[in-house]
Structures are given as structure tokens and as C-alpha cells.
Design a binder for this molecule. Structure first.
Ligand code: HPA
Length: 270
């Protein structure tokens, strides 16, 4: 894996001039954020040797590097999901690239189902903590010491400093921002109403099929994390209507302007 990673970094070094400080992982329907980046340098996933290729609808599949709110960023437009069949190692390869490129802080976004009954579709939720129910961990297997410690601490997986900063940014934008716990499941089927009641009972506020592998790896890598969920729907059984991926994408589309101004304002303050 180290050789593979070094090959990728060598490939990128020949093609990009930007040394990013902030990594952005953009979730379903939220990839549009990358359009806001100035002085862009683009690297398609399929051009990178040994790099996995994204298959899900609404994902472009490329890195966009450049400047956003006067900060140097690298955005991953289109991420890899466990339910697509990728291994955990493939899913977190971009975070390892961030680590090797010297990225110190990472903003990760996702689409999620609202479990907390005070939430509504279209709300944003700052992730304060997570529950990993994916049944796997990206750090399973041999630990590569140069990348991080065998048993990384996860007691502040989401940086309280970045959470405070995000709350200030939301206040400036007069945006309502919830805070809560994200439960990650494997998918791709949505949850049953019974599963949602279970998740509510164990303390989850939102549920999704991503983010946790990247966040575990970022913690292992010593990268500070901010996580933001877009509540694209209320989870199964909360409302009478069935869940529909098109509905999820539509809500993500509707919140785009608010989402972009929030992320920009956060990066400005970082
Ligand atoms: N469940 C799981 N993942 C999701 C959901 C959901 O309701 N909405 C968006 N991603």
C-alpha cells in the first residue's frame, strides 16, 4: 500500500503545483462545491494509476485543487462507498493522499437520513461524533507505523475547535445548524423502520452510508476533521412516504446555495 501511495503522489507531483492545506470530501449531490474553487487544477480519478473509479449517480470522479476563500484546498468530487464493492483501503486512499500531501484539516460532507425527530429534510447537521455500524474498519490489517499508531484515539474524532468555528460561520450566514451523532451503515438498502428505532435508541441523530471510514483514517493520520451532514430525507418510518434516491438528490440540489456559503464561510475562518 505504501508503494502504491508513493506512486500516486509521484504522479500528482508532476502534474499539480498547489500544496493544499485543507481537504474536502464532497458527498452525494454536494460535489458542486468544487465549482467554486479558483485557479483550478483538475486530476481525473481514471487518469491516476491504480486509483479506484466512482460509479454512483451524482458523482463526477475527480480531484479539484485550487483556492477557496484564499485557502489552498483539494476537493474530492465524488467519493467511494463501501456498498459499491470497494474495499475499506480503496475508500480511504484519498485521505492517505491528503496525509502525504501535508493536508492538516479535512471537511467531510454527506447526505444522511434524519433520525432525530426535531430534524427536517434540508437541514444541516454538524457531526459531533459517530457510531460505526459498517462492520469493518479501514485500519484492519497490518499497521503502517509511518502513517499512524496501531490503536488511534477516537475520543475527539471531530474537532471541537472546528465545530465551534462552523457554528460561528452558520451564525454569520443566519443559517440554522443542528448538531448530532452520525451512524454509518453499509447500505445500499435503506434502513427498515425497526432499524431506525434501534439507531435512535442507541443515540444516533442521522444515518448514512459513508464518512466514517474517511474519518477514522484521518484520525489515524493526525488530520483534524469537520463533518457536516445534509439531512436529505427523514429516515425510514418517520414519515408515511417511502424513501427514494431521487428525492435525496433533489433536496441536496435545493440546499446547494446555503451549503456553498456555509462551507466558504467556514474555510474563511479556518
Ligand atoms: N439512510 C441511509 N443513508 C442515507 C439516507 C438514509 O435515509 N439518506 C441519505 N443517505
Amino acid at each position: 500500500m505504501v508503494d502504491e501511495l508513493n506512486n500516486i503522489i509521484d504522479y500528482l507531483k508532476d502534474r499539480i503545483n498547489i500544496e493544499p492545506d485543507i481537504g474536502l470530501i464532497l458527498g452525494s449531490g454536494l460535489g458542486v462545491m468544487a465549482e467554486e474553487i479558483h485557479n483550478k487544477e483538475i486530476v481525473d480519478y481514471e487518469a491516476i494509476p491504480d486509483f479506484p473509479v466512482s460509479t454512483v449517480e451524482g458523482h463526477a470522479g475527480r480531484f479539484v485543487l485550487g483556492e477557496l476563500a484564499d485557502k489552498k484546498v483539494i476537493a474530492m468530487q465524488g467519493r467511494f462507498h463501501y456498498y459499491e464493492g470497494y474495499t475499506m483501503k480503496e475508500i480511504v486512499l484519498p485521505v492517505r493522499m491528503f496525509q502525504k500531501m501535508g493536508v492538516q484539516r479535512m471537511i467531510v460532507t454527506n447526505a444522511a437520513g434524519g433520525i432525530n425527530l426535531n430534524f427536517e429534510a434540508g437541514d444541516f447537521m454538524i457531526i459531533t461524533d459517530h457510531i460505526n455500524l459498517m462492520g469493518d474498519n479501514p485500519l484492519r490489517g497490518e499497521n503502517i507505523k509511518s502513517l499512524g499508531t496501531r490503536f488511534p484515539d477516537m475520543s475527539e474524532a471531530y474537532s471541537t475547535q472546528l465545530i465551534d468555528l462552523a457554528e460561528k460561520a452558520a451564525m454569520d450566514q443566519e443559517l440554522m445548524l443542528n448538531k448530532g451523532i452520525y451512524a454509518a451503515v453499509m447500505g445500499p438498502s435503506y434502513e427498515t423502520p425497526a432499524e431506525i428505532r434501534y439507531l435512535r435508541n442507541i443515540g444516533a441523530d442521522a444515518v448514512g452510508m459513508s464518512t466514517v471510514p474517511e474519518v477514522i483514517t484521518a484520525n489515524h493520520a493526525g488530520i483534524e476533521v469537520l463533518g457536516i451532514s445534509c439531512i436529505t430525507n427523514m429516515a425510514a418510518g418517520v414519515l408515511p412516504s417511502p424513501l427514494d434516491h431521487r428525492e435525496v438528490m433533489k433536496i441536496a440540489e435545493n440546499v446547494k446555495p446555503d451549503f456553498i456559503s456555509l462551507i466558504k464561510s467556514i474555510i474563511e475562518k479556518m
